[in-house]
Design a binder for this molecule. Structure first.
Ligand SMILES: NC(=O)c1ccc[n+]([C@@H]2O[C@H](COP(=O)([O-])OP(=O)(O)OC[C@H]3O[C@@H](n4cnc5c(N)ncnc54)[C@H](O)[C@@H]3O)[C@@H](O)[C@H]2O)c1
Length: 351
């Protein structure tokens, strides 16, 4: 493999500019092509970043020999076809989150992948200094085996709520593409990724709810997705996940609590804070010893740059990306299981 990668973007909407702007100064990155079914969108994005290849058909971008790899940045309902087509054309693929609509689609992507690199942007929040520090502590083994993952994110409703969906994944009539598919994939990727993708989900109990009563009349029929999710996931061995995300919680300020509990102690984490603090708490005979492992501010573009640079490095260095498509399948199986368990009101299997 050459020491730089010719990248093409498929889907020139909102997120595409973040991908390109925040990675274009990396010596291994060459932005060579852009594609959107909307001609105006391709022209605008390509002109903005001086990208030579401009296409309105995915097949034409994939036939461009300057393209080594693509980022699929279409809406989630349109991730499958370009991803499979790109693998079939011999291109590496980084897929936006959520990787797909369901795990059957991810399995189709994997069946087409062969020896190429496949990755997913749900890794975004593992690009921060706090996430790197937590990964190192957990990989060092000093905390022993994992017992419990805890994630609770309570966020206030949008100020002056006007009835538009806070989830850009939301499509009227889909049902079930709200807080879980939009934010839950980040939460799950964060915890399962920090713990080295070692945990194997087994079964799930879950419940979810829509906007609180007071907002229903404002929300109208467009907001038929979940805004709050509670789930418990058991993993093979003794570990379990205790999960709660509420995007319309009765709180003044966001309340976030992230914790990984292990045999010899625990890590307290923050996924979304600008200056995330990672605190290591260890059991000792004289009590709990607490140590701040890292407290370092990050700039928001880091989370957009991270997955792209990681993808390119994975291709050039021949290693696995932060979140491979195999890892994304695990996340998607948990998401599918949570939707199923909540809909059927009974435990669901993750397999
Ligand atoms: N907008 C954000 O802030 C944000 C943040 C993180 C992740 N994402 C993820 O990025 C993805 C895209 O989101 P977005 O907000 O940029 O959406 P968007 O609707 O702004 O852009 C999607 C673009 O894809 C194009 N498109 C659709 N089908 C296509 C096809 N077959 N071939 C080529 N182009 C096609 C559309 O014309 C549109 O321009 C989603 O998976 C979303 O979850 C978005």
């Amino acid at each position: 493999m050459a020491d730089s990668v010719g990248l093409g973007i498929i889907g020139c909407g909102q997120i595409s500019s973040h991908h390109i702007r925040n990675s274009q100064d990396d010596p291994r990155v060459r932005w060579v092509a852009a594609c959107d079914i909307r001609r105006a969108a391709v022209e605008e994005r390509a002109a903005q970043f001086d990208i030579p290849g401009r296409y309105t058909a995915v097949a034409d971008l994939l036939a461009d020999p300057a393209v080594d790899a693509v980022i699929v940045a279409t809406g989630p309902e349109a991730h499958l076809e370009p991803t499979v087509a790109a693998f079939e054309a011999g291109k590496h693929v980084l897929v936006e989150k959520p990787v797909a609509i369901d795990s059957a689609q991810v399995e189709q992507m994997l069946a087409a992948q062969g020896d190429l690199t496949g990755a997913c942007c749900s890794s975004r929040f593992r690009s921060t200094p706090g996430a790197h520090a937590a990964t190192e502590v957990l990989a060092s083994g000093r905390l022993g085996s994992i017992r419990r993952l805890i994630a609770s994110s309570l966020r206030p409703p949008p100020a002056n709520y006007d009835g538009t969906s806070p989830f850009f994944l939301h499509r009227p009539g889909w049902g079930g593409q709200g807080a879980l598919a939009d934010w839950g994939v980040y939460d799950l990727d964060y915890l399962l990724g920090l713990t080295g993708w070692t945990l194997e989900p087994q079964s799930i109990c879950a419940a979810m709810s829509g906007v609180p009563q007071v907002y229903r009349q404002i929300a109208g029929p467009v907001n038929d997705v979940e805004v709050a999710v509670t789930a418990q996931v058991s993993f093979s061995g003794d570990a379990a996940l205790d999960y709660h995300r509420d995007m319309f919680a009765a709180v003044d300020e966001p309340r976030e609590a992230w914790r990984i509990e292990c045999e010899h102690g625990a890590l307290d984490l923050q996924m979304l804070t600008a200056t995330p603090q990672v605190i290591l708490r260890s059991f000792s005979a004289s009590g709990i010893a607490s140590e701040i492992v890292v407290e370092e501010a990050y700039e928001w573009p880091v989370i957009h740059r991270g997955p792209v640079i990681d993808f390119v490095d994975a291709i050039v260095d021949g290693r696995q990306p932060m979140t491979s498509l195999d890892n994304a399948l695990v996340v998607q199986r948990v998401v599918d299981g949570i939707y199923r368990a909540a809909a059927e009101d009974s435990p669901a299997s993750c397999r």
